[in-house]
Design a protein around this ligand. Sequence first.
Ligand SMILES: Nc1nc2c(ncn2[C@@H]2O[C@H](COP(=O)(O)OP(=O)(O)OP(=O)(O)O)[C@@H](O)[C@H]2O)c(=O)[nH]1
Ligand SMILES: *[C@@H]1O[C@H](CO)[C@@H](O)[C@H](O)[C@H]1NC(C)=O
Ligand SMILES: [Mg+2]
Length: 418
Amino acid sequence: MPRASTLRIVRLAAIALILLVIVYKLINPSSLTTLSRAAGYHEKTSSKPSPAQKPPVPADDKQAESANEEVKTDESPASDVQTKTAPVEVGKDYVRANATFVTLARNQDIWSLVKSIRHVEDRFNRKYHYDWVFLNDDDFDDNFKEVTSSLISGNVKYGKIPKEHWGYPDWIDQKKAAEVREQMRQKQVIYGDSVSYRHMCRFESGFFFKHELMTQYKYYWRVEPDIILHCDIDYDVFKYMEKGGYDYGFTLSLYEYIETIPTLWNSVQKFIIEHPEHIADDNLMNWLSDDNGITYNKCHFWSNFEIGNMDFWRSQAYQDFFEFLDHEGGFFYERWGDAPVHSIAAGLFLPKDKIHFFDDIGYWHVPFTNCPTNKEDRMRLKCSCNPMENFIWKGYSCTPRYYNVMKMKRPSEWHEQS
Ligand SMILES: Nc1nc2c(ncn2[C@@H]2O[C@H](COP(=O)(O)OP(=O)(O)OP(=O)(O)O)[C@@H](O)[C@H]2O)c(=O)[nH]1
Ligand SMILES: *[C@@H]1O[C@H](CO)[C@@H](O)[C@H](O)[C@H]1NC(C)=O
Ligand SMILES: [Mg+2]
């Protein structure tokens, strides 16, 4: 059977050739990269300075060690080779900022929360290993702790909120509060009839930064269940806050439902008269008001995402402000949100250059998206968002107004996304 034996010889020759190639690959060091990557090893890659506006992490952060670095290149044809920079993982002796993630959650939020945690870890924290604090008005169960701690690359802490920080202050008339909730239910105001939502808003306004697990930190990043990070974050955002001297960072801003805060601005005006010393000279009043403070235009930073300096919330100015608002009763007699409360405080008590818009953090919380406006950023940061869904330039966003007040130049692609 000559045909069959020819076939066998051809097959043997093919196998020998494959073996030869494998041996060659093993000996040739330049191909080791490919092998180790295939084997799932964590690569240390050199960072070609990216065209980012962000300051690169400085050399003292031990990120820029030049030894043992490899450049990851695409396996595309030579004519179209793209040199890529993979995330640089920080070394053991990296000095982190004094910062933590913080999430307020209930045990039943776990499966919405794991998605958020994966986004934050995959896009940022796996490189930096910042701590994460979970707070709850109840005890966290073992499942919650086991699942969350398995996903987080930094230290994880679980805290119970003390009763004084989650409940009615004694000056609140609970009968009156219940009547308001019934009225709001009839008017179908979102969360209008919820007691727990009000405790949540009051806690986020006045107490999260006072929890004993939080007082040891300065900076925080608030993370809620069911959020998405659309893009890589290729620098340490906490260090960025520190170096830039920023106290408050946001991604989305919009108009508040007036039904939830009908008298908030009246209270703010009373406070300003009582405490003029707390108002910063170069503040953002013109972003909050179209008539220099007579009325509130309802603009606020969306507080489900916040990167901030808790020492600002702990400052005399904010402490006086929160205490004043708390006595006004609007957390219960209306439905004041922590978003307008934080925003008005940051806008009035901080000079405006202490607030930072993270235009490069692709973010989604139902129903709005911040998708970096310019294509160059979206490609560089491996964003997965549709730029046409970018909320930043749309009619209900307060960010165009922010650009005007800050006299910031709009990115070139803003118009087609408006
Ligand atoms: N422990 C605890 N956490 C809560 C409670 N209510 C809300 N939270 C948390 O507080 C944060 C804000 O609550 P959300 O329900 O997300 O409120 P929201 O973002 O205005 O509304 P959604 O569109 O539903 O996301 C989230 O991190 C929740 O997990 C509560 O009663 N107890
Ligand atoms: C971190 O910040 C908090 C709040 O400002 C401060 O009390 C604490 O001492 C700081 N820790 C370190 C290690 O600097
Ligand atoms: Mg939410």
